[in-house]
Ligand binder design. Structure first.
Ligand SMILES: NC(=O)C1=CN([C@@H]2O[C@H](COP(=O)(O)OP(=O)(O)OC[C@H]3O[C@@H](n4cnc5c(N)ncnc54)[C@H](OP(=O)(O)O)[C@@H]3O)[C@@H](O)[C@H]2O)C=CC1
Ligand SMILES: CC(C)CCC[C@@H](C)[C@H]1CC=C2C3=C(CC[C@@]21C)[C@@]1(C)CC[C@H](O)C[C@@H]1CC3
Length: 396
């Protein structure tokens, strides 16, 4: 809980330092005046309020979540993409009215500080709220009895205030949309400093906008992720969603603002190709599984080979899911590489996301594997026999 914020501040500080060494000491330790700003607090609370208001707007669709312990299902608004578009319109209006968006880059440290503070306070409130929640509302993982562990993992599975789902809201809105807004501010600031944004900055902005746009367009798919169906809402997700995602996932664009990198058109084309390959695998695999889970006789997936399980559900063993057991992770990792390459190879810092993400996905894959083994038993073992590689064919 201390190491994660410390890492985030380290990254923010070294990204703007001359040597930009991932493993070096930060150039200075920020004092309270560099971290605390009432304006940053006001901006952050306005941002959360705005995204909460967008969440509450009428949605094009209400989706049902997975079945819960008490056999009920929660309902979720599907209007994340609408929130992204409304945010873009509002920011566009603001910029055309003279809003200095580039100034946001000067406020990243105090904004990250208030986001961290919010995550701690929010997690504490969530922990207390879980004390009065019924047993059926608790998450399988975060109720060990060790308060520090439970505070970190989260005790309640789907904490809600009336129909407002705190975890679902945080997972996709303020952090993800905040990430692309910070990227855009860095692009605007670069244009102000150097006359125009660099090609590398355009690529990083474009790739990450595609990723965030995709997540919000296919928002319903998040309802089947382990974050929503299995993990409680505690410090890990609150900090991850509200602080870690916007302030560390924008690291490549931060690095580029302070360390401009030349990029040939030919190299840029190769990087675009790598991102496109990663995206096709990521989207193809995710859509294939979602289509199959919704309706196994859908013509797009009906011809695929499957294994039956004792639960009545089937597992795909051909198509993307016959290549490796987590093709979507493979695509995601290839995209992560494409996001770092525009930053050149002179520094390790812009590759932090790739390194962290590899560790996160290897760990996540192992957790998912355990859950699937528990759920599907022998059928899962058979799947592992037929599809022996986890993420990278013939390697891992
Ligand atoms: N950028 C980031 O920071 C992060 C991005 N992600 C991305 O989010 C997306 C969702 O990831 P995540 O929630 O981890 O997991 P997945 O979308 O991979 O879902 C795993 C589940 O899929 C089902 N499944 C597994 N194998 C098969 C099969 N052969 N046939 C049919 N169903 C199968 C199982 O659930 P069941 O059988 O119950 O349906 C399993 O529990 C991924 O694309 C990932 O890359 C994830 C984490 C962080
Ligand atoms: C701070 C910790 C080390 C870990 C925090 C993890 C979180 C940042 C991630 C856990 C699962 C996530 C997912 C996404 C973003 C990152 C977090 C919140 C997506 C929304 C990214 C876009 C994809 O299309 C779907 C992802 C679902 C899981």
């Amino acid at each position: 809980m201390l190491l994660l914020p410390a890492t985030m501040f380290h990254l923010l500080l070294v990204a703007r330092s001359g040597p930009a060494r991932l493993l070096g000491l930060p150039p200075y330790l920020p004092g309270p005046e560099a971290l605390w700003s009432p304006w940053a607090l006001l901006l952050w609370l306005t941002w959360l309020g705005l995204q909460a208001a967008f969440y509450l707007l009428p949605a094009r669709k209400m989706a049902e979540g997975q079945e819960l312990k008490d056999k009920t299902r929660l309902r979720y608004p599907i209007n994340g993409f609408q929130a992204l578009v409304l945010t873009a319109l509002l920011v566009g209006l603001g910029v055309s009215a003279g809003l200095p968006l580039g100034m946001l880059t000067e406020m990243l440290l105090p904004l990250a500080f208030v986001a961290t503070l919010t995550a701690f306070i929010f997690s504490l409130l969530l922990y207390l709220k879980a004390l009065i929640a019924p047993a059926s509302a608790l998450a399988p993982g975060g109720n060990s009895g060790n308060p520090i562990y439970d505070f970190f993992l989260g005790r309640e599975l789907n904490p809600r205030i009336c129909s407002f789902d705190c975890k679902y809201f945080c997972e996709l809105r303020p952090g993800l949309i905040g990430w692309v807004l910070i990227n855009l501010a860095l692009l605007v600031q670069e244009a102000e400093l150097r006359g125009s944004p660099s090609l590398a900055m355009w690529l990083v902005n474009g790739f990450q906008l595609l990723y965030v746009g995709d997540a919000l367009w296919y928002e319903e798919a998040v309802l089947t992720t382990m974050d929503i169906t299995h993990d409680g809402f505690g410090f890990m997700l609150a900090f991850g969603d509200l602080a870690w995602v916007p302030f560390t996932y924008s690291l490549q664009a931060q690095f580029l603002l302070y360390h401009p990198q030349p990029l040939e058109l030919s190299m840029a084309s190769v990087i675009c190709l790598i991102n496109a390959v990663g995206y096709c695998i990521f989207r193809g695999a995710n859509s294939q599984k979602n289509t199959f889970r919704k309706n196994p006789s859908d013509p797009r997936v009906a011809g695929l080979e499957t294994i039956s399980t004792a639960t009545g559900r089937q597992l795909l063993v051909s198509g993307w899911w016959g290549m490796v057991r987590h093709p979507n992770y493979l695509g995601d990792l290839i995209m992560a590489l494409a996001w770092s390459l525009p930053c050149g190879v002179s520094h390790l810092l812009p590759y932090f996301y790739l390194l962290y993400f590899t560790a996160l996905l290897v760990h996540r894959e192992a957790r998912d594997e355990q859950q699937c083994l528990q759920k599907y038993g022998l059928a899962w073992r058979e799947y592992c026999r037929r599809v022996p590689y986890r993420i990278v064919p013939y390697i891992y």
